[in-house]
Design a protein around this ligand. Sequence first.
Ligand SMILES: O=c1[nH]c(=O)c2nc[nH]c2[nH]1
Length: 400
Amino acid sequence: MSGRHDTAAGIARVYRGSFVHSTRDAALEILNDFVLGVDKSGKITFIEEGKNVDRLAQEQGFNTADVENLGPGEFFMPGMVDTHIHASQYTYMGTALDLPLLQWLNTYTFPVESRYRDLKFARDVYTKVVKRTLRNGTTTACYFATIHTDASLLLGQIADDLGQRALVGKVCMDINPMVPQYKELLDESKDETLRWVLQYPRVKPVVTPRFAVSCSSSLLDALGEIARSSGLHIQSHISENKEEVELVKQLFPDCLSYTDVYLKHGLLTDKTVMAHGCHLTDEELKIFHKNGASISHCPSSNISLMSGILNVRNVQKHKVKLGLGTDVAGGYSASILDAVRRAIDTSKVLTIEHPQLRPLTFEEVFWLATLGGSEGMASYNPSEGNLPPNHFRYVLFHSS
Ligand SMILES: O=c1[nH]c(=O)c2nc[nH]c2[nH]1
């Protein structure tokens, strides 16, 4: 690997040791005895072989005595990226996994989410979830909050205060026949989304229609327009469970597919992250590719809620951007390392059923957990030959 220098704006920390990371060419690359400098804003300014440390010290203006050497068994790796997690469902993570998606939402999820109008409750849970995910090595997370604007703002504030890069979504939903106390009116959802977008601090807002089942066509249109005019990211769920796919067909008879629902409402862009996608057809994957939209693979919840198994190799064959999600609390762990294990396990289940399919390797899933996730959340369209912006690719995490 060649060295990378920017002119230093003042080196704050220099580390020396082993670095394990992914690149566009290698799912896993191990760099033994490298030296890495971070400037005062937290950006990595150089990474070079350790033997160059004296020259680097002169060029970059640091003292070699201040270099922090890793101990035995320690290494750096990129911060992990959780491309789909419901912060508001953290309270019941690991429980209530006995029902399929639509029944699970009505029975457990909506009643719990309706509690987040209580800001004290929200502060307590959101502080715990951000601390826990940071401890697990998640330096970037794409969060669903709830329909409550003030609690969603609080989640962004907490992530920002605790140093986590986050996209945070105030959930939008104006349809909920089974739990009617947990929904919004159409105008309220639009107005509150705008209030939330405008008030947001450093952490980024992401436009969040819950899923096509719980949003009217008018709300989807309005959210597509807000995302377009504000240049915002979008997140939602798609084709997680077969019953849901059938329901969407009935609810949107004029659309050709579930993907077409989001496309027609301006919600499938190169800033879109769609969770699950287990039952997407090849035609739909082509539309994802063409529009630069990404999928969050959530293997733990796909199994726990008996939803389906994503064929990752087929998604990759269609060159669709792909990252990993814990999907708490459909997924029972807030750790992306756990999602790594589940992704490998579920790919092996596919191999049992279809021996011609190669299971995913650890290296490939490490890529999904790090670089894949950051590319999935970056705004760029691979079908137009663009590359993801660099700043998403060089955030490193100290594992010890
Ligand atoms: O796994 C999921 N969790 C949710 O909260 C949800 N809402 C719609 N679809 C969903 N899927």
